[in-house]
Design a protein around this ligand. Sequence first.
Ligand code: GLY
Ligand code: MN
Ligand code: MN
Length: 431
Amino acid sequence: MRYTTIPNSLFVKNRKNFISEMKENAIAILTSNDVKHNNADDVMGFTQNNDLFYLSGIDQEETILVLYPDAYKEENREILFIKETNENIKIWDGEKLTKEQASQISGVKRVEWIQDFEMTLQYMAFEAEGFYLGHNEHLKRVTKDQETQQDRMIKWCKEKYPLHEYDRVAKITRNLRPIKSDDEIELMQKAVNISVEGFHRALKAAKPNVKEYEIEAELIYTLTKNGATRHAFKPIVASGKNACALHYNTNDGICKDGDMILLDFGVCYANYNSDTTRCFPVNGKFTERQKEVYTSVLHCLKEGAKLLKPGVISSEYETQMALLIETELIKLGLLNADEVVKQDPKKPLYKKYFMHGTAHHIGLDVHDVGLYSRPFEAGMTLTCEPGIYIQEEGIGCRLENDYLLTKDGNINLTEAMPIEIEDIEALMKKG
Ligand code: GLY
Ligand code: MN
Ligand code: MN
């Protein structure tokens, strides 16, 4: 592994919390993700299934975790199935986890080879009333046309055991995962710290006529050098009007003198993510207009972050954030106060310049699982990311931090990433 060993007490505790939410006499089955192919004989970088990782810490393909807390035989209460290696795999791909290593990482005592899964389950299924199965229920799920390992497990299990009861792993994990433990915060902080280093390199690399992807290269260098696994998502390096396309990520534009660059990027370290956005001038000095817009967005970030506190519901927070931005849009001369008073509340005028949500859970997923109807709680980690996008002026500005909510106020995990105009200009001074 590139990352430092995670104490297995994290996964032991996660399993304990998970099984305490299970119905009586049920078996939970969690599977790893597939290895996805590019073309021909090449594969994409492997990304573990986050629910499986959360409950086991195993970061290897062809893994199954079975939890049966009410099993009659103690040995059947927790079993991890892993891929058995062979000479061929060793020669071509290198080492795979041994049973001892898998047990050490996860804290699960019983580890078996994956080919023994079906037969082992057969003995247990006879005793159990039902199953909990994993499935991607993310509200922005993008696997709709691809059959996943989880889809196959559901199909197989329901065919083989049609008369058992079925329930959803995700119903439990979506409630547990939003509340982060200290070990998880430490990993997220590590991801943020790498991002901060990447941002400093990006500032140094910016100059007129540099390509956006040259700045992206600085991020890749920093995350790889620091043992991160991958980008949290494909980074957005958007100069000038490119910043008005919210998910722009071709990063093939030329950064022009006088333009501003929007850099929205994240680091995935040990499967935990950061997600930050900063804006800075290509030539090191903000224009007066860029300063005005930036100052407005920074004000919304600072005020908006104060609204992220226990007891608040996401929709209430988003309403307050929209009001903050609306006020700034009037100050910037982009909206007319009288027209705003008369606007159709279903089609608010600010949508022309600000059109996205500004707080999402962050953790194992960048847009982490969690019900948005659930009030915010201490222990949750959320982004705050207001933005103003002015197509006609070629200015897109978003600022994004990551916060840990506590009962005594927020902790800004991204505090070390420069954000004040003077600090950014000072850092960009060449020489
Ligand atoms: N870059 C994705 C987001 O900020 O949510
Ligand atoms: Mn975000
Ligand atoms: Mn972002």
